[in-house]
Design a protein around this ligand. Structure first.
Ligand code: ZN
Length: 254
């Protein structure tokens, strides 16, 4: 038997594993089902926040967003929603959109279909109870999917939302580190402004930030606030509009 022949199964297995890892974690992979990865216009920036609600940060963030007339999307953890339903209500009352980020923030890749369903359903219910309407959007924790995740979201009437940029604001780094990591949004907007031809649809950015931590309530996310204080006026001056995911994909009114 040739050594090449012997090696073939190993190569195939490695390739299959590679595809599975790509499908599970790569933000724009569609292997395990369709996801939204961009807004429908290069002028529209969808700022999204995961792992809240967070009583220590979210209220300050809402005030900051108001100053720039910015609307955003918050992917919430169900067990935190139950602890601060009023904050979730206020987030929606101030024009933002809330979405499902599971009940306890597990890595869904390792869960079986029933476990995935339970994680999504509990959070779905918590949000529905808090704001009176069910969420329409879902984001998998860590961006990780398996073949059951997107269908489970669909069963609840939710579309899955990923991102174009995730600058890593959960890391213990100063705002001076975080701010340049958010530069690609401005660079993209500058490029679009320079090209006179209207850019094709579906090219705007979705930014993934964090107003909470999946480990505990009241996590310190002041660096995320500081980075946004830096960027919001600059992005505004570049002509960007800060929209919710509803506005970013142009979902018609029901
Ligand atoms: Zn998360």
């Amino acid at each position: 038997m040739s050594p090449l022949y012997l090696a073939a199964p190993a190569v195939v297995a490695a390739a299959a594993a590679g595809i599975a890892v790509y499908g599970a974690g790569y933000p724009r992979s569609q292997i395990f089902g369709p996801t939204i990865c961009r807004t429908n216009s290069p002028r529209k920036l969808a700022i999204t926040f995961d792992d809240g609600p967070n009583p220590a940060i979210t209220p300050k963030l809402l005030d900051l967003l108001d100053r720039y007339n910015a609307k955003a999307t918050f992917f919430l953890i169900g067990r935190f929603v139950r602890e601060c339903p009023e904050l979730v209500k206020e987030t929606v009352a101030r024009g933002h959109t809330v979405g499902n980020h599971t009940e306890t923030h597990p890595n869904l890749f390792w869960l079986n279909p029933t476990q995935v369903r339970v994680e999504l359903r509990l959070c779905h219910k918590a949000i529905h109870n808090a704001v009176g309407t069910p969420p329409k959007w879902f984001r998998p924790p860590f961006g990780m999917r398996n073949p059951w995740v997107i269908p489970a979201a669909h069963e609840l009437g939710c579309q899955s939302v990923m991102w174009t940029l995730i600058p890593g604001d959960w890391l213990e780094k100063p705002a001076e580190w975080l701010i340049p990591r958010m530069q690609p949004i401005a660079t993209h907007a500058q490029k679009t402004a320079k090209s006179n031809s209207p850019a094709p649809g579906g090219t705007g950015d979705i930014l993934c930030l964090h107003d909470g931590s999946h480990r505990d309530l009241n996590a310190d996310r002041t660096r995320t606030l500081a980075a946004l204080e830096h960027w919001l006026p600059r992005w505004r001056d570049l002509g960007l509009e800060f929209v919710t995911i509803d506005q970013a994909v142009g979902t018609p009114a029901p």
